[in-house]
Write a protein that binds this ligand. Structure first.
Ligand code: UD1
Length: 333
């Protein structure tokens, strides 16, 4: 497929879930780079104030007529698709909710895109598609064996995208598999605002703030140096930047592909807790509890592919900075 011959301010990006945590940081980055942006969000977990650039349409992806009208009227050059449910334990309890919103609603979106001639999509995937990988760091070639409906719902969508790109020569996608996204906008305008958040860094900071009595450490008997789980924490602005790189790649006519988004090294739960205590200055209570069901001991990205092929250069590979920005944000709320 040939590249798109347009100036940036003429390139139109429809962002589903643009009022949510990661989506809003991407909308910010797109706006700062001069792209034309339209957010499509049902505000089930996103917020109107989080959309710093462009207009917002408040509707659901399940509403195919509204979706068709939005895409028909806006005529995007590409879609970035963030809208999804993301809570792993909830997905185990309510799988249909996840398959409906994450998989079926994506089908609606792709169907309408096809009808309206929109040929590029950047999809928010997750490291959860790997399940319990045998090799660490995990590369994009690893087997996809998700262990919960959340991961499966994303894997199924990746498969649909792959089949679409095989069926239609002019359809291109990039799927970005996020590792553990954390941190907030340096100016404190946007950040993780999801009330039900189960993320370690958010829980630790809310405990420092006094919102929770104590932070539970899920498992201290993992085969890791200090016995706690290790994850590849990546700053949300670096994730946003990966989307811009992916977009430029597709605009220049790049082939469909899948990329891990992580730094390539990790921190243990105990290291995160120590850093959170240092950054906040609060020695908050911590309790060692048993393992959480479905957790893998270590999850670290092999991120060489995205660095090489998309020339992605992360700027905030620093746990202290990640936690500092999250803390500044948390204190403002
Ligand atoms: C998972 C998903 C990710 C999803 C996220 C939030 C996978 C591979 N990844 O990440 O896609 O966005 O959930 O739903 O499934 N921990 C504690 N105490 C806490 C919270 C967490 O000890 O209160 C530990 C966990 O056991 C884990 C680490 O901290 O070792 C990170 O957990 P979390 O922030 O919940 O993210 P993941 O489970 O890695």
């Amino acid at each position: 497929m040939a590249g798109l011959e347009k100036k940036k301010e003429q390139v139109r990006i429809l962002v589903t879930g643009g009022a949510g945590y990661i989506g809003s940081h991407v909308v910010k980055a797109l706006g700062e780079k001069g792209y034309d942006v339209l957010t499509y969000d049902n505000l089930s977990s996103g917020n109107r104030w989080a959309v710093l650039h462009g207009d917002l349409i408040v509707t659901d992806l399940a509403d195919k007529n509204a979706l068709k009208k939005a895409i028909h009227d806006y005529k995007p050059d590409a879609v970035m698709h963030f809208a999804a449910h993301i809570i792993v334990p909830e997905s185990v309890r309510e799988p249909l909710k996840y398959y409906q919103n994450n998989t079926v609603n994506t089908l609606n979106l792709l169907d309408v895109m096809r009808d309206e001639g929109v040929k590029r999509v950047i999809f928010s995937s997750t490291a959860a598609v790997y399940g319990l990988p045998e090799e660490m760091p995990v590369s994009e070639n690893a087997l996809l064996l998700p262990i919960n409906p959340y991961g499966t719902s994303k894997m199924m969508t990746e498969r649909i995208l792959k089949d679409l790109s095989s069926a239609y020569d002019d359809f291109r996608y990039v799927s970005l598999r996020y590792f553990n996204v954390a941190g907030a906008d340096a100016q404190g305008r946007i950040g993780q605002a999801y009330k039900k958040s189960t993320h370690l860094i958010t829980r630790a900071l809310k405990t420092a703030k006094g919102e929770f009595e104590k932070l539970q450490i899920f498992g201290t008997d993992y085969p890791t140096p200090d016995g706690t789980g290790i994850r590849d924490y990546i700053h949300v602005d670096d994730i946003a930047d990966a989307h811009l790189s992916a977009l430029e790649y597709l605009i220049q006519g790049g082939e469909s592909d899948v990329f891990n988004c992580g730094y390539g090294h990790g921190y243990s739960v105990k290291e995160v807790v120590e850093t959170a205590k240092r950054v906040t200055g609060v020695d908050f209570p911590v309790e060692d509890t048993g393992r959480r069901e479905g957790d893998t001991p270590i999850l670290i990205a092999d991120s060489s592919k995205i660095r090489r092929q998309l020339n992605w250069k992360p700027k905030y590979d620093d746990l202290e900075y990640i936690i500092k920005t999250a803390w500044e944000w948390e204190k403002r709320k």
